[in-house]
Design a binder for this molecule. Structure first.
Ligand code: SAH
Length: 217
């Protein structure tokens, strides 16, 4: 089998077993995960493992999130196609690409400049040049393009990130792993006049969010 077909086959199997086979039901999310070539966001050495049911190492001691967690975060945002979304912790750029399949405008922010640059190249090479990649402390959001319909955080926060919440539109959703560096719960907050309506979701484990409203370096 040519390598692309082999990866397409693995991608299809990943969606069936790891997503549909668990509890991912949003058809748009399933289609987006079926569309984005995850192998293009990992290095040469990870090609065979690109669709493994796991987070994988990328440079800078960081990881590309497990496919299931990416799908779970996307599903929790309840996107329908017209939204403006902020993705905090670009990493490989994979989550940003999946978000680009699901919404109209994606802004993504990464604190490590080398990772941001590589993600920018990989996103463009995979046809996602309309994703805007920024370098900076994403715990402070990206106020120049706020407010957002949805904000996805792919790194663990020590507490609920107030600044990010403030950058949501009314009824906007913030999805963020909150807890200690060792383990967190994926929290979903909906912006409402009475303050954040919090929905606790699955236990998870992400690399730490490092910054003003994150962990210290
Ligand atoms: N969504 C990514 C997952 C990357 S892991 C993917 O699909 O590959 C989380 C990323 O968050 C790491 O690259 C890390 O450098 C970044 N990060 C940590 N703290 C950050 C902060 N304060 N602002 C922006 N990015 C941050």
């Amino acid at each position: 089998m040519p390598p692309e077909d082999e990866q397409a086959h693995r991608r299809h199997a990943m969606v069936a077993a790891q997503l549909r086979g668990r509890d991912i039901v949003d058809e748009r999310v399933l289609r987006a995960m079926e569309a984005v070539p995850r192998e293009r966001f990992v290095g040469e050495r990870q090609q065979r493992r690109a669709y493994d049911d796991a987070a994988l190492p990328i440079s800078g001691g960081q990881t590309i999130s497990q496919p299931y967690m990416v799908a779970r975060i996307c599903e929790a945002l309840r996107l329908t196609g017209g939204e403006r979304v902020l993705d905090v912790g670009t990493g490989s750029g994979y989550q940003a690409a999946v978000l680009a399949e699901l919404s109209a405008e994606v802004y993504t922010i990464e604190r490590i400049p080398e990772l941001a640059e590589l993600a920018r190249e990989r996103l463009a090479a995979a046809g996602y040049e309309r994703v805007h990649v920024h370098v900076g402390d994403g715990t402070l959001g990206l106020p120049e393009h706020a407010p957002y319909d949805g904000i996805a955080v792919a790194a663990a926060a020590p507490g609920f990130p107030q600044t990010l919440y403030q950058q949501l539109k009314p009824r906007g959703r913030l999805v963020v792993p909150v807890g200690s560096a060792r383990g967190q719960r994926l929290e979903v907050a909906v912006r409402s006049p009475e303050g954040p309506a919090l929905i606790h979701s699955v236990p998870c484990r992400f690399v730490p969010l490092v910054g003003a409203e994150g962990f210290e370096q």
